[in-house]
Design a binder for this molecule. Structure first.
Ligand code: PSU
Ligand code: MN
Length: 300
């Protein structure tokens, strides 16, 4: 498999410096312009300030790219023809030389094969509400990729209890970053337990190292609550989400369009507060991931 790794990221990987992978679907399809570009740049800057090298991942002309330049980030943020790809789309993207944004599934796939072991995102995909046959390919990818994924749980538009059960059944270790409950994306609690609370990056690094020692192939999911000042009350959110779900149903929106549609609707209906929460949690997760990356290398 050919992966185009930027000079900076390539050197960092070779020299065993801490590297954090970042995804691109959130840029192309998860946030509006210009906040998407600003957030992508800010997350990279935060990773650097926290002592690691950022490696944003996308596909250009069918080539897997790890570590993007400003022009590539700009294209992801503005070009309406960027395709959102999951695992099933990988052969199409390569054969047809497409320009694509990578989801959690495909970012994890490429990051792992490039030699990166830590990845930060906002919220993973999961089991959808109402139509439980719609299960994001993020979940099986996490079950078969031994990396550490830092997120704020699964996106609130999903069936969180069903998603939590799926993670358990498939052996994905769910850690709570300084919390005892799995966060619910825009809200800090979900009522769903994590497998273990962790209070430091060292604890996460030790658990991931033990996973490798056991030759387990599943991800360690580090779930980090949205910073308190950006949290959105759960009940208020459910009201907004119910309206958005109804609208999606009326408009026949499904498949890979559903998540971006619901995120945009909620932002509109909350006067931009869900967008603010999403940006805050993305930045915070990038910081936590960089801290974990920095001490993971000492562990090895
Ligand atoms: N985190 C965010 N916003 C996003 C995503 C994550 O804060 O838009 C993206 C991720 O790329 C994730 C995808 O893989 O949403 C899930 O999409 P789906 O439900 O169609 O599998
Ligand atoms: Mn789906």
């Amino acid at each position: 498999m050919k992966i185009r790794v930027s000079e900076e990221v390539s050197v960092a990987i070779d020299q065993h410096q801490p590297v954090v992978a970042l995804e691109s679907t959130v840029i192309a399809h998860g946030l509006p312009y210009p906040q998407n570009l600003e957030t992508a740049l800010k997350c990279e800057a935060i990773v650097r300030e926290s002592g690691a090298i950022p490696a944003t991942i996308a596909v250009f002309g069918g080539e897997f790219c790890v570590g993007l330049d400003r022009e590539q980030l700009q294209r992801l943020a503005t070009d309406k023809n960027i395709r959102k790809i999951s695992r099933r789309d990988l052969p199409i993207a390569v054969a047809n030389k497409l320009d694509c944004a990578t989801t959690v599934a495909t970012t994890a796939f490429i990051a792992y094969r490039a030699g990166i072991r830590i990845f930060a995102t906002g919220g993973i995909g999961g089991v959808h509400r109402g139509f439980s046959a719609d299960v994001s390919a993020d979940l099986p990818e996490l079950a078969q990729t031994p990396i550490t994924v830092v997120c704020s749980g699964a996106k609130i538009v999903l069936d969180l209890p069903a998603t939590r059960e799926w993670l358990e059944t498939h052996g994905i270790t769910v850690l709570g970053w300084q919390c005892d409950e799995m966060p619910a994306f825009y809200s800090r609690s979900s009522g769903l337990a994590v497998d273990e609370r962790v209070d430091s990056a060292e604890e996460v690094a030790a658990i991931a190292a033990a996973r490798d020692g056991l030759d387990l192939k599943s991800s360690v999911l580090v779930t980090v609550p949205v910073p308190g000042e950006f949290e959105i009350d759960h009940e208020e959110l459910e009201t907004i989400l119910a309206e958005a779900l109804k609208l999606a149903d009326e408009n026949g929106i499904h498949g890979k369009e559903i998540t971006p549609f619901l995120l945009a609707q909620m932002s509109e209906k909350s006067g931009g507060r869900t967008l603010g929460a999403n940006i805050a949690l993305l930045q915070n997760n990038a910081r936590v991931a960089a801290e974990i990356a920095a001490c993971s290398l000492i562990e090895h």
